[in-house]
Design a protein around this ligand. Structure first.
Ligand code: UTP
Length: 297
């Protein structure tokens, strides 16, 4: 699949404070859902969407991300020597290779906000619009959310396309909310977005989650931007600023999204995937039976 969207940016330099103490040493993006780290789901999604170059915006203290992402030939050789060729082959398939894959790591030395992190990638992107994937937003589904968005991007005039999902009224204050002007199937044309509005101030219930396809002008918008909420350079502000210039639309992806930046979201994602795998049927049934017995007692 070839498209205009050639680069994916993965901002992975955040502090992950909501998961402390787990994230004291282990980056949030490497926390696993069952056995697969969050970053791997995002990489697989970007690959499936035909992305050519992957740019990881990381922090020097999070070098483990690079070690996970890139191929480890020594580990594979050890596994093969111990008769674990299948696992070795699986690792080779999912890892990025410095020869065959176009991968860059850039550093964000201070976590000054998501917008700032995206702007750190500006000198490393290919020409044209860029995709941004937040690995802690896990979106399960086939086709992947980014594949759907890249395809929709070719059909809309909007320069900025953001993943959107409907939330309950009391949830609007947790998200950027789109000011929707027109609905057309999965596309929600918008003239801006408001960061974390109270329910009564929310322009809609369409919340923006962590997948974006952004016009390249986003970098200039971020350059000139003053810190917003929390003193951080907010990506939301730069997207909103571009709405009147390049156009903005939400895209209602068809997969299921889990907020794996939160403990409840991580637990929900783990249980969701475990329920779909016969390997875990017995342990889940045992736990269900225990809970039923406790309730009955
Ligand atoms: P979050 O706000 O969810 O991540 O950013 P966080 O700040 O690490 O987590 P908490 O709130 O303290 O628990 C979403 C994504 O953007 C990255 C994070 O690493 C995460 O993948 N990010 C955030 C950056 O790369 N740089 C930043 O300055 C902020």
């Amino acid at each position: 699949m070839t498209s205009d969207v050639r680069t994916a940016i993965f901002p992975v330099a955040g502090l992950g404070t909501r998961f402390l103490p787990a994230t004291k040493v282990t980056p949030k993006e490497l926390l696993p859902v069952i056995d697969t780290p969050l970053i791997q789901y995002a990489i697989d999604e970007a690959r499936a969407a035909g992305i050519e170059r992957m740019v990881f915006v990381s922090h020097p203290s999070k070098a483990a991300i690079e070690r996970h992402v890139m191929d480890d030939r020594d580990l594979r050789a050890t596994l093969r020597a111990r008769g674990k060729s299948k696992v070795a082959a699986e690792l080779a398939e999912t890892a990025l290779c410095p020869v065959d894959d176009d991968v860059r790591f850039v550093m964000q030395h201070e976590p000054l906000g998501l917008g700032h992190a995206v702007n750190c990638a500006r000198d490393d992107v290919l020409p044209g619009p860029v995709a941004v994937l937040l690995p802690d937003d896990l979106i399960l589904g086939k086709p992947g959310a980014l594949t759907e968005m890249v395809s929709a991007y070719g059909r809309t005039d909007a320069g900025h396309l953001v993943a959107a999902m409907t939330v309950a009224p009391e949830e609007t204050s947790k998200y950027g909310i789109l000011s929707v002007t027109r609905r057309a199937g999965q596309l929600l044309e918008a003239d801006g977005m408001v960061e974390k509005p109270a329910p009564e101030a929310a322009p809609s219930r369409e919340a923006v989650v962590g997948r974006y396809v952004l016009d390249a002008s986003i970098f200039d918008a971020l350059d000139g931007q003053a810190p917003g909420a929390g003193g951080e350079i907010q990506l939301t502000d730069a997207i909103s600023e571009g709405a009147s210039r390049v156009g903005l639309a939400g895209f209602r992806f068809s997969g299921r999204r889990f907020d794996c930046g939160s403990k409840t979201g991580m637990l929900a994602a783990t249980l969701h995937l475990a329920r779909q795998d016969p390997e875990y049927a017995a342990v889940l049934a045992e736990l269900d039976a225990e809970m039923a017995a406790e309730r009955a007692a």
